[in-house]
Ligand binder design. Sequence first.
Ligand code: CA
Length: 517
Amino acid sequence: MAFRPAVSLVLASVFLGACDTALDTSAPSRPNIVFIFTDDHTARALSAYGSEINETPNLDRLADEGMRFDRCLVTNSICAPSRAVILTGKHSHLNGQLTNLETFDGQQQTFQKLLQQAGYETGIIGKWHLKSQPTGFDHWQVLIGQGPYYNPRFLVPGDTIKITGYTTDIITDLALDYLENSRDKSKPFMLMYQHKAPHRGWHPGPDHWEMYADEEIAEPATLFDDYSNRASPAAGQGMTIANHLDVGDLKLQAPYSMNDEQKEVWYTVYGPRNEAFQAADLKGDDLTRWKYQRYVKEYLRTVAGVDDNVGRLLDYLDESGLADNTVVIYSSDQGWYLGEHGWYDKRWMYEESLITPLIVRWPGVVSAGSVSSAMVSNLDFAATFLDIAGVDVPADIQGQSLKPILEDDTPNNWRTSHYYQYYEYPGWHCVERHYGVRTDHHKLIYFYDRDEWELFDLEADPYELNSVWGDDTYAKIQADLETELERLRSEYAVPEDTRPTGPCIPDGRGAPTRAGD
Ligand code: CA
């Protein structure tokens, strides 16, 4: 008996040595992964995170049955860069997607290619937004660019297909059809099920047109922020509810700039709901309040559409018997401003756009209803997907697997600081380029084109309204944060940003800007 285990170990070593991925691909127990991803969904519009303005019962169900992460911080708060970080597990300066303007280099290493090599079937359905065609996916049906809310056209291998209906519903239809009818059922799968909603434009589905019609949505505490006591960039942007929502956002009149197809959608969906006359006599803060209501209701209606469809997907996983061996992950590409600081959009290192929702349900592994406050990041997703699948994480991936946290065994040396950098300037909404570090209780931000700094005490000033940079009381903290910032830039091999900058003119007249954000 004594030598039997020894023989087994020798055989195992031979087998593993001959196999790149060190995996027994016949093992039936490798979990499936469904990554549910939305665009611009703030945790403050998710009742599992304590939303005071809406209910998301289906997303809440994931949190009730899984783990909610309260501090999932993005590395670069904008759409395409976040997606590239997730696919590669590397910061923007290494994956090449600094802004929304670059074309993603699909030749580079991505987690989905590594999963494929390890015997997983990989699929992506819905929003992609990386310009180049998807690589590393066995199955893909992706929106072209931003994609519309109605009657979307999808890019598929070698062709495009147009489907009539509401995009959030259609993406779910395609996902369910793939899971039931198209995938190779002999393999574990990884599906990225990715919505356009609740991205700007905010066109709800027919089921939600009248939702909130007779309600007043609570205003955030900082709706009328005056941007005093901070560095100059906060006041110089172009993303205020007061001045920068355009006629398309507010659905006030048929925009003159639309093509025939867009006009058709416009008149079909919004013509009957044109309420421009309501605002005719409003001025100043009253007008801003009216615009806020108009904007936030449309946003929340599109969130309701996502939540309904997440319910359809969860029901399918239950009914098909897949739920027990499927890890379901919910996240969004970044946070978002629902009127905080007077804004919509994202980009800043301030909390509202830095924090993104992350919920993970993994039956038999994650304790139901658990909450983690560990400082995690979208940088960690690639390593996590690989670790869940039992695939070795390559050394050049910069993120860390969240699997130990999911197993309620957070490493003692888990990170206590987070590096952030935003690059898109001049660009939409004129948010200045900046980098910085966030720790447990503080945040240091450097606007490097202006050589201006901000330091926030997140305990004393959770809304980040009063920078204490240069305040003697914080001299030690400031020096420590500067040291930590340099350490992180060195660890992540971040080069100086030498790209030319230039003038940026915040658009105060409501011209169409949706194509670029
Ligand atoms: Ca986004």
